[in-house]
Design a binder for this molecule. Structure first.
Ligand code: ISE
Length: 330
C-alpha cells in the first residue's frame, strides 16, 4: 500500500510538499498536516480529501495512520520533532537545517544511532537537481581531473526583514555547505564569512550580502556569495574549476533569447520554481527508500556536519576571522 505521510509545518515549503505528496508522488499519500496555526492547517487539510489537521505536531507524529513524516517547520523546533519521530520509529524527511546548533544535531544523531537504524533524511535538495547530479557525475568520472575550486552564487530575490544575518548562514549558506562537502567528497576544515558593505535594501543591522570561503580538508577551496535581497530573482549557480577544465551549473534555466545583439532570459522567482524537479526527485527517492526500509539521501551525519560548519561560520561572521571547523566523530 502507499506510504501514508504526515507533513509538519504548513508554511511555504510545507504547503508545497503537501501538494507534491497529494498529487505527484508515486506510492505515497498525504494523510495528515500539523501546524500551530490551526485555522491555516484546517483550511489546507480541507482542500484535500481525508487529511487530518493537527495543531500539535507531536500528535501527528504519534498518529498510527501516519507511516512517515515530512518536517517543514522552522529549524528551532526540529530537535523536539526529530526526537519524537525517532521515538515513534517513523521515517522522516527533515527540511534543512537539521537543528540550530551542533549540540542538538549531535543529540539527534546519537538518538537515531541508538535505534540501530537510519530513519532521517535531510532536505539538501540540490543533490537531487538534475544539473547538480550531472556535475557530480562529471567530477566523479575524473574527466576533468582533480577538483580544485568551487565558486557558488546563491541569490534570493527578496526575503522578509525578519530574515537576519544568522539566517543567511543557517538557512541559505547551509545549502552550499552541503554542496561543497558532497562535490568534493570531503569535510570543510575552516570557514571565513566576510560581510561587505550591505545593500541599502538590507533591514537595519542585517549583513547582506555575505561571502563565505571554505578550506576543504584536502586543500581545495570554495567561495560562496549569498545575497538574499538581490532584487534579481532566484539564482543558484555552481562553477567548478578542476585540473583539466571547468564546469558550471545553474545558467541554463529557462529560455535564453538572443536577438538584436542582446541576449537574455527569465530568472525564476523562488526556489519552488528553480528546484521544483529537485524537490520532486527528493521526495520520490525518500518515499521509495522508506518503503524498502532504507535512507539513501543526505543523512543526519550530513545535517550535523553542516550545522557544525554554520556554527563556526556564525563565529567568523562576528569576528571577521577564519574559524577552524571541529567535527569530532561521535
Ligand atoms: C530557504 O529556506 C531555502 O532553503 C532556499 O533554498 C534558500 O535559497 C533560501 O535562501 C532560504 O531562505
Amino acid at each position: 500500500r502507499p506510504l501514508r505521510v504526515g507533513v509538519v509545518g504548513v508554511g511555504v515549503m510545507g504547503a508545497d510538499h503537501a501538494e507534491r505528496l497529494a498529487n505527484r508522488t508515486a506510492n505515497a499519500t498525504l494523510v495528515a498536516l500539523a501546524d500551530p496555526d490551526l485555522a491555516r492547517v484546517q483550511e489546507l487539510a480541507a482542500s484535500y480529501s481525508d487529511v487530518t489537521a493537527y495543531a500539535d505536531p507531536i500528535e501527528l507524529i504519534w498518529d498510527e495512520r501516519v507511516d512517515a513524516v515530512l518536517i517543514a517547520s522552522p529549524g528551532f523546533v526540529h530537535t523536539e520533532q526529530l526526537l519524537a519521530c525517532i521515538s515513534a520509529g517513523k521515517y522522516t524527511l527533515c527540511e534543512k537545517p537539521l537543528t540550530m546548533d551542533a549540540a542538538s544535531s549531535r543529540q539527534v544523531v546519537e538518538a537515531e544511532r541508538a535505534t540501530g537504524q537510519p530513519l532521517i533524511q535531510v532536505g539538501f535538495m540540490r543533490r537531487f537537481d538534475p544539473e547538480y547530479v550531472a556535475i557530480k557525475q562529471l567530477l566523479d568520472s575524473g574527466e576533468l581531473g582533480r577538483l580544485l575550486l568551487l565558486h557558488n552564487v546563491h541569490r534570493n530575490k527578496d526575503v522578509p526583514d525578519t530574515f537576519r544575518s544568522e539566517m543567511i548562514v543557517r538557512d541559505s549558506l547551509v545549502h552550499e555547505v552541503d554542496v561543497c562537502r558532497w562535490l568534493f567528497g570531503e569535510e570543510i576544515d575552516e570557514i571565513t564569512v566576510y560581510s561587505p558593505a550591505p545593500t541599502s535594501r538590507a533591514a537595519e543591522g542585517v549583513l547582506d550580502p555575505q561571502v563565505a570561503v571554505f578550506r576543504m580538508a584536502g586543500g581545495g577551496m570554495a567561495t560562496t556569495e549569498v545575497f538574499v535581497k538581490s532584487g534579481i530573482g532566484y539564482e543558484v549557480r555552481c562553477e567548478a574549476s578542476a585540473e583539466l577544465g571547468n564546469a558550471t551549473v545553474g545558467l541554463g534555466h529557462g529560455v535564453f533569447v538572443r536577438s538584436n545583439n542582446r541576449w537574455g532570459g527569465d530568472v525564476p522567482d523562488d526556489f519552488r520554481v528553480r528546484f521544483g524537479t529537485a524537490y520532486d526527485h527528493e521526495v520520490q527517492a525518500w518515499v521509495d527508500a522508506t518503503r524498502r526500509g532504507e535512507i539513501t539521501g543526505p543523512t543526519t551525519w550530513d545535517g550535523l556536519a553542516a550545522t557544525v560548519v554554520c556554527e563556526a561560520g556564525l563565529e567568523s561572521l562576528r569576528s571577521g576571522a577564519p574559524v577552524k571547523v571541529v567535527l569530532n566523530v561521535c
